[in-house]
Design a protein around this ligand. Structure first.
Ligand SMILES: Cc1cc2nc3c(=O)[nH]c(=O)nc-3n(C[C@H](O)[C@H](O)[C@H](O)COP(=O)(O)O)c2cc1C
Length: 244
């Protein structure tokens, strides 16, 4: 719920346009710092409601606004700064970017992740890696806002994905990012249902699954070739979508 004080043209936007930032400054002073904190707030709180927001955003934005005063974070004396950022996060197509959350116990999956990441980078695709053993999960949420493709890297543990990866997949499913493609890479010892389990964990995502690459133990030449094929497929799909 938002309130508009027409005499002073102030929009009290409640959670909308909020930022995860604690500061004694009443107004935004450093837009770069607030941009990151507001994107985090958007990713963690607003992104699941993307479609509802797009449908209703003009109800508040058609007002003549001189200040936006959210209930979290500093006030915006330059409302177009945060309005333009929201329009980008909500409505722009995904970027030419792959977000790659992964974990590796003994290094096999990590080897695959590094290979795929450098192959994608050589094709001009931005890659953001998140080691789920140590990552700040909020930063992963931020990266998901405009990722075109998500690639999950996991070893098989107890017949399925590693528990930290389960957490990451649960988060991605709950946040409903606009990514169009997803794949899974990783290493196993003897077998399991890693791909089926992960695929079943993301029903909220309207997303195409690209051929996964699973290797037995440490990756070999044929596995790197399969990763190269995946990298080429991602490049082709991003070009078809016109991701920039
Ligand atoms: C606790 C634990 C459970 C595992 N469970 C399975 C399993 O159910 N199925 C399987 O194929 N491999 C299993 N493995 C073997 C790993 O998947 C295999 O060693 C893999 O190469 C590890 O990849 P990483 O080097 O990226 O950690 C298990 C390994 C550990 C340590």
């Amino acid at each position: 719920m938002s309130a508009y004080l027409k005499e002073d043209k102030i929009l009290f936007s409640c959670d909308f346009f909020g930022s995860h930032i604690a500061t004694t400054d009443v107004y935004v002073t450093d837009e770069g710092r607030v941009y990151e904190a507001a994107k985090r707030y958007f990713a963690e709180i607003m992104m699941p409601f993307n479609k509802v927001i797009i449908k209703n955003i003009d109800k508040v934005l058609l007002k003549d606004i001189s200040i936006i005063a959210p209930s979290h974070g500093p006030l915006y004396p330059n409302p177009s700064f945060i309005i333009d950022a929201y329009k980008d996060w909500l409505e722009s197509p995904a970027h030419n970017k792959v977000v790659l959350p992964y974990i590796s116990m003994h290094g096999s999956t990590k080897k695959m992740v590094d290979y795929l990441a450098s192959s994608l980078v050589q094709k001009g695709i931005t890659v953001e890696l998140f080691n789920l053993a140590v990552t700040d999960i909020g930063k992963l949420a931020i990266a998901l806002v405009d990722a075109g493709t998500i690639v999950i890297g996991t070893p098989t543990v107890l017949s399925g994905p590693h528990p930290n990866v389960v957490y990451g997949a649960y988060l991605a499913n709950a946040l409903r990012p606009k990514a169009k493609f997803i794949s899974i890479i990783g290493s196993y010892g003897w077998g399991g249902k890693t791909v089926d389990i992960l695929a079943g964990m993301i029903p909220n995502l309207n997303i195409e699954v690209l051929t996964p690459v699973l290797t037995k133990g440490f990756p070999l030449e044929k596995d790197f070739k399969a990763l190269e094929v995946l990298s080429e497929e991602i490049e082709k799909k991003h070009k078809e979508q016109g991701f920039k």
